[in-house]
Design a protein around this ligand. Structure first.
Ligand code: ADP
Ligand code: MG
Length: 283
């Protein structure tokens, strides 16, 4: 089987990546192909406070650093991992460039938020407090898809699409960096589709997508069709910028491949592989 496994930013930012790394090693040993994607919100936000480079360049830096960290954490795979700096094609006219929406970096104090706003930086009040927000355009495709597929076929565990990929656009026949951070869940769906993966597995801090999330009546969505899940998405069950992009990624993958997509917990990655006690999206 060919898996695309997306790791949430939390596990890479002081969290515990060991269970997921062990699961990836086990799948690989069993003869499966595994491509691993990951987020970079906290890390790219931190870099942006010290270096005034394009977010495209800073994303490439986080791909190298986080990619290496993931490679080093997979037990017994010292010589069979590869990190691919991945470029995602975006439309320079994407509406996202006029509506920064993706939070990056840490939660700010009111004073920090005010001083950033004065400098013209976009800051939004998220559920956890004010954070810098940046444009998050939709990725159309990744340039490295066939390279990634070749590495998978040669037996490598491939870390790719980190931070949603380095955002670039084609202008006048040349590639231009775009100052943006792509959502890693959206990029993971694009990569999984291009690789014709058998399964998209999104691992995060919670063990699935919930309805009535955060309320007493919350319940996990177990096995569900992409159509039914789409209805819940339209009804606003899933928070923008966190669970909604994961749900969208699953629907996108399932609708275009007919294969299942899973949302599960980083703490119990084997549940996600078994598709038990997690959110499983099917046609
Ligand atoms: P990641 O780094 O894995 O992308 P996010 O913070 O972006 O993590 O998304 C996971 C978070 O989504 C959870 O920690 C949870 O608080 C939040 N969330 C919002 N709405 C829901 C929902 N309906 N069901 C489950 N989790 C939700
Ligand atoms: Mg996220």
């Amino acid at each position: 089987m060919r898996y695309v496994i997306a790791l949430g930013g939390n596990a890479l930012d002081g969290g515990n990546i060991a269970p997921a790394a062990k699961m990836i090693a086990r799948l690989h040993k069993a003869g499966h192909e595994v491509a691993v994607t990951h987020g970079n919100g906290p890390q790219v936000g931190e870099l942006a406070t010290i270096e005034s480079k394009s977010l495209a360049v800073l994303t490439a830096q986080t791909e190298a650093e986080i990619g290496l960290m993931i490679e080093n954490s997979i037990p017994g795979a010292m010589e069979s991992t590869a990190t691919v700096i991945t470029r995602s094609i975006v439309d320079p006219m994407d509406r996202a460039f006029r509506n920064p929406s993706k939070p990056i970096g840490k939660v700010l104090s009111t004073k920090e938020a005010d001083s950033l706003r004065k400098k013209g930086t976009s800051v939004a009040n998220t559920l956890n407090g004010p954070r810098r927000v940046v444009p998050s355009p939709i990725p159309a495709r990744v340039l490295e898809a066939s390279f990634i597929a070749a590495l998978l076929k040669s037996g490598y565990i491939v870390i790719c699409g980190g931070g949603g990929g380095v955002p670039v656009s084609v202008q006048g026949g040349a590639l231009r960096y775009q100052d943006a951070v792509i959502d890693k869940d959206r990029a993971s769906a694009v990569i999984a589709k291009e690789l014709k993966a058998d399964r998209l597995v999104i691992l995060t801090t919670v063990d699935g997508a919930y309805v009535n999330y955060g309320r007493k009546s919350q319940r996990k969505v177990k096995r569900i069709s992409s159509v039914e899940l789409g209805v819940m998405l339209d009804e606003g069950e899933f928070e923008e910028g966190s669970m909604a992009p994961k749900v969208e990624a699953c629907i996108d993958f399932v609708d275009s491949t007919g294969k299942p997509a899973v949302i599960g917990s980083l703490a119990k990655p084997e549940d996600a592989i078994r598709m038990s006690n997690v959110t499983v999206v099917t046609v």
